[in-house]
Design a protein around this ligand. Structure first.
Ligand code: ZN
Length: 127
């Protein structure tokens, strides 16, 4: 893993803000609460996915050719698309540093899924 420069700001893990759908008139309190928990878990997983992709992009040096000057200057991937921006392939769960070439995206997907499975298997991600 790349070492942080002494003058560098600490990495800020990206956060996706949950957008809860309005309560359906047929839902009882328990159903509505379950739906909200599900939505929060979904957005949390998007945050984990993007954070892991940023870390991996930094480790792979993809910031060097990123379209964002801020990534190139910082020498790390900390860019992101808006959380609702699905105008590019894989939308906001991959940062701008990651080219949308199938071989690269497939590799990212495989590495991140493997690491997520490792985290799940280790039990650190249970509530
Ligand atoms: Zn970037």
């Amino acid at each position: 893993m790349r070492r942080r420069r002494p003058d560098e700001e600490p990495y800020q893990w990206p956060v996706f803000v949950p957008r809860h759908p309005p309560r359906h008139p047929c839902q009882n309190d328990a159903q509505y609460a379950a739906g909200r928990r599900s939505t929060e878990r979904h957005y949390e997983s998007l945050s984990v996915w993007l954070g892991m992709a940023q870390q991996l992009a930094t480790h792979a040096g993809l910031f060097r050719r990123c379209e964002r000057a801020a990534c190139r200057r910082a020498k790390r991937c900390d860019g992101r698309y808006g959380q609702d921006d699905w105008s590019v392939a894989f939308g906001p769960i991959l940062p701008p540093c990651v080219p949308r070439e199938p071989a690269i995206v497939d590799r990212f997907r495989a590495v991140i899924l493997e690491e997520m499975q490792h985290l799940i298997d280790s039990g650190v991600w249970t509530r």
